[in-house]
Design a binder for this molecule. Sequence first.
Ligand code: CTP
Ligand code: MG
Length: 230
Amino acid sequence: MQYEVVLPAAGSGKRMGAGQNKLFLELLGKPILIHTLEVFEQHENCTGIWLAVKPEERAFIREMLASYGISKVKGLPDGGAERQHSVHSCMKEMEQVDIVLVHDAARPFITHAIIANLVQSAHDFGAAIAGVRAKDTMKKVRDGIIEETVDRESLWMIQTPQAFRFDLIVEAEDVAEKVGFLGTDEAMLVERLGHAVHIVESTYENVKMTTKEDLLFGEAILRRRVAETY
Ligand code: CTP
Ligand code: MG
């Protein structure tokens, strides 16, 4: 089943502390952004990629796309001050499609198998997001004191991709924009409409490159994958 993907790439990577957009940092000699783009470039069901970028980084990113042979990018609109604005600016340029995926450009280890499950689930139910079960004991803390131990069975750590029927995510974004609601993910906007969002079990490998130590995990994952290919 076909889909188009929105990749917000217009952040500044403050927590990485690299003094530049973290997506330009390399894992085993290739920029994080390219690792992520290649997943979709190589997925035959992906029919288009939309990349939200900072205006001052657009020319550099275009050069990177050309030199790594990334051919599916249909547009590189300006990102916004918040991730949600960056996603919205891509959505505004897209033509109607059946299924839209939103995926952090900073998560290079997503697999075609999980994407396929998400696309199928979004097709069947309207909205589906990737997540993994919480591993640690979870407690609610206020002012440094434990309030309660939360039932871990019901807790999931949410990732991207998040997949939606086009009309549903467009409506959810329009409503959020109108009332000035800012969510931490796209699913929140859909939840606000009262629409059920389904979970698709992902893997702990689908980490977001956020802080310096994530780069170490990232390189270890890549090394193992390279070893498995041969
Ligand atoms: N992003 C974006 N526009 C923003 C903020 C973030 O397109 N205004 C993108 C980032 O480039 C990243 C994804 O959203 O691919 C997830 O965000 P995050 O991991 O928070 O990245 P940054 O915002 O760049 O990092 P930080 O929060 O540490 O500054
Ligand atoms: Mg951020």
